[in-house]
Each structure stands twice: as structure tokens, then as C-alpha cells.
Design a protein around this ligand. Structure first.
Ligand code: 5GP
Length: 355
């Protein structure tokens, strides 16, 4: 079944095998102690605090442009392999002076990764499509090319909650600069116990004014005031919504803000105790817009297909319900109408096969 992934962090989606390979290289150079790293990667039941410790470790080994390009290429290939037809991939642009990396060159390395994918066609920016396809498949190969798989990828630039107002603004300006390279929006993420909403608000407001879509990690820890402020901001979507109270739900539903649901992530980090009390069920039953997502398929050892299987078994969804759930996410992707129309066609074709 074709699927739409709206909440995936690049550095959380790296294959374990690639992480271990990169860690071994750094271990050999004496930069890190490989055995410590290996244990952290292979541990599967991490708390939210341990997850952020792991991200700090991951960021130690994904610091150069070549690695950023490699992991981007692999992450897109992995999503395409399980029939994700539209992927919004988010990542925090990072500066690393020792590697000559600026936020902009980090993002260029990500775009290089999109260009490097060769087992599936990647539509990441309409203006570049024709050129990219021409380069990767010669004209005399057109017939076989039309049968090749295709994935549409758009990028979200994440603001990390550790960042200052100025750094957040720099990320938004970079996103605006990269609109022609498939950047469609801004995400606010990072350790939820760090940072104040007011610090990021000027940059998020600016993003919205300039026509970028915004999604916010919301309610990963109890913080009622912040959740209210986030909902009042009217973001295009929110992620998680775990520690929501009655009046938050009321507001969310009346504003019809779509929710990115990350079942495995919420259970693993213990922000929700079990699937039978997960808010997916209530939102789904009240026909509130929701989309199943992986969050960090590497860190949480999951896949989008697995998230659908979980929802099917925990909430009794049949094939038709899962198809409708996957298809309806088209309504709240951040890409424009062209991408939406193309996705509708893809889902319509499958619908015929289902009948
Ligand atoms: P990156 O932005 O480096 O490509 O992906 C990893 C980063 O995404 C983490 O350092 C963190 O800032 C953010 N992230 C990944 N998973 C989560 C999550 O479950 N919650 C929050 N708040 N942030 C996350």
C-alpha cells in the first residue's frame, strides 16, 4: 500500500548498520570508544532522556558533509523500499566549524543525498525534476524509466530547542533561500525540557508570514501553558500531543490541527503507557485528521509499515480503513497542489486494485 510519511527526523532514521560502521571508523581513529557506542545503539528500550543522549552520540559521528549525504541517500531509499510515495524529511541544519560546515553547507549535503539516490526516482523540487531525471536515465531508457518507482521528498528544517532566537531565525532564512530545493516548512523539535516557547516564536511567526508551513513537537512533557500557546499559534500540524489535557483536546479539535502520530516512539519513550490508552483511538474515532509516522525509524527500530500494522492490530483497522488513513494524509502534506494531485492519482490506482 502506498504511504505518506510526515514526521521523520533524518538523524533518527539512520540504519543501525551504517551507524555502527561510522562509529567503528571513529573508534579506530580514537575519537570515540566504539564499545560504549555499540551498547547504546543496540539498546532498544530507551527513555526520552536516553533518546536525547543517543542523539548527541549520533551527532558526533554524522558531522561531515560526506556522511550527511550518505545517510540522506540511504534514508530515502529505505522509505521508498516500503512504498512510501511522499516523504517529508526533517533535519536540524548544523554548524561544525572544525569540518568547515555551515548550516547552509549541511543542507547542501542533504540535497546531494537526494540527488545521489539511484534505485528510485526522487522528485524533490519541481524545477529540477526534468534535469535530474534526464541525468540519471538517458533518453533511450525512457520506457523502462516510466515504470520505475518514484518518491516525492520535501524537506523541513528543524529548529532545535537549544537554539537562540537568532539561530532559529537563521534557520528560517535558510529555509526561505532553499524553497526551490524542496524545502516546504519548519519544525520545532529537540529536548522538550529545554528552551522557552517565547524564544522561538519570532522565527516561527516570520516563517509563517513568509509562506512556510510550520509543525511543532507539542506535549511531549507536561507543559500546559506551552501547549496552549502552540495551539493558539495555529501551526499546520503538530507532532505527538501526549501530555494533552481536556481543554487542549478541545482547542486542537476545534482548530482542526492535524496530528502526526508516532506510536512506537511514544511507547518506547514512555510518554504513553500502552497502545490501548493512546490518543490515536479517540482522535481517529472522532474523525480528527491524523497521520501515522515513524519519528525515528533507526532509533526506535521501526518502519512506517510496522506503524500501520500496530494500528491495525491495536485498533482493529481493516485494509480499507488503513488505505483511507494513508490516503487522507494528502490533505495535510506541506507540498503544493501539484504533489497533492499526483498523490491522489497514485492512491486512486490502488483503490481500484483493492475493489
Ligand atoms: P536531526 O535533526 O539531527 O536530523 O535529527 C535528530 C534530532 O531530531 C534530535 O537531535 C532532536 O533534536 C530531534 N528529535 C528526534 N526525535 C525527536 C523526538 O521524539 N522528540 C523531539 N522533541 N525531538 C526529536
Amino acid at each position: 500500500m502506498p504511504k505518506i510519511e510526515l514526521h521523520a527526523h533524518l538523524n533518527g532514521s539512520i540504519r543501525d548498520s551504517t551507524l555502527l560502521e561510522l562509529a567503528r571508523e571513529l573508534g579506530d581513529k580514537g575519537t570515540i570508544v566504539f564499545s560504549d557506542f555499540e551498547q547504546v545503539i543496540l539498546k532498544h528500550d530507551r527513555s526520552l532522556v536516553e533518546v536525547f543522549k543517543l542523539f548527541d552520540l549520533i551527532h558526533l559521528i554524522t558531522t561531515d558533509h560526506k556522511t550527511v549525504t550518505k545517510i540522506t541517500k540511504e534514508v530515502v531509499e529505505d522509505f521508498a523500499a516500503e512504498n512510501v510515495v511522499y516523504l517529508e524529511l526533517r533535519t536540524t541544519p548544523k554548524r561544525n566549524d572544525s569540518k568547515g560546515m555551515s548550516k547552509e553547507s549541511y543542507m547542501q549535503a542533504v540535497v546531494e543525498g537526494l540527488r545521489a539516490v539511484n534505485n528510485v526516482d526522487v522528485d524533490f523540487a519541481h524545477k529540477l525534476d526534468a534535469e535530474a531525471i534526464e541525468n540519471s536515465h538517458p533518453a533511450n531508457d525512457r520506457n523502462s524509466e516510466s515504470r520505475r518507482k518514484k518518491i516525492c521528498v520535501r524537506l523541513l528544517l528543524s529548529i532545535d530547542r537549544r537554539e537562540s532566537t537568532e539561530a532559529a531565525m537563521e534557520t528560517v532564512k535558510l529555509a526561505l533561500q532553499m524553497k526551490d530545493l524542496g524545502v516546504v516548512g519548519i519544525d520545532l523539535s529537540g529536548n522538550p525540557v529545554i528552551g522557552e516557547w517565547q524564544t522561538f516564536l519570532p522565527a516561527l511567526k516570520f516563517a509563517k508570514e513568509q509562506g512556510l508551513s510550520v509543525t511543532l513537537h507539542s506535549g511531549e512533557v507536561p507543559n500546559s501553558e506551552e501547549v496552549h500557546a502552540m495551539l493558539d499559534f495555529l501551526p499546520g500540524r503538530i507532532g505527538h500531543a501526549c501530555y494533552f489535557e481536556e481543554d487542549h483536546w478541545r482547542k486542537l479539535k476545534s482548530f482542526k490541527i492535524p496530528v502526526e502520530i508516532c506510536l512506537t516512539s511514544n511507547i518506547r519513550t514512555e510518554t504513553i503507557p500502552s497502545l490501548d490508552v493512546h490518543h490515536f483511538a479517540d482522535l481517529y474515532n472522532s474523525e480528527h485528521p491524523v497521520s501515522l509516522c515513524t519519528d525515528d525509524m533507526g532509533v526506535f527500530s521501526t518502519s512506517l509499515s510496522h506503524e500501520y500494522r500496530l494500528a491495525a492490530s491495536a485498533y482493529g483497522l481493516g485494509m480499507k480503513e488503513m488505505y483511507t488513513l494513508a490516503r487522507d494524509a494528502i490533505n495535510f502534506i506541506f507540498a503544493g497542489n501539484d504533489a497533492k494531485e499526483e498523490l491522489k492519482e497514485i492512491f486512486a490506482l490502488v483503490s481500484k486494485e483493492l475493489k
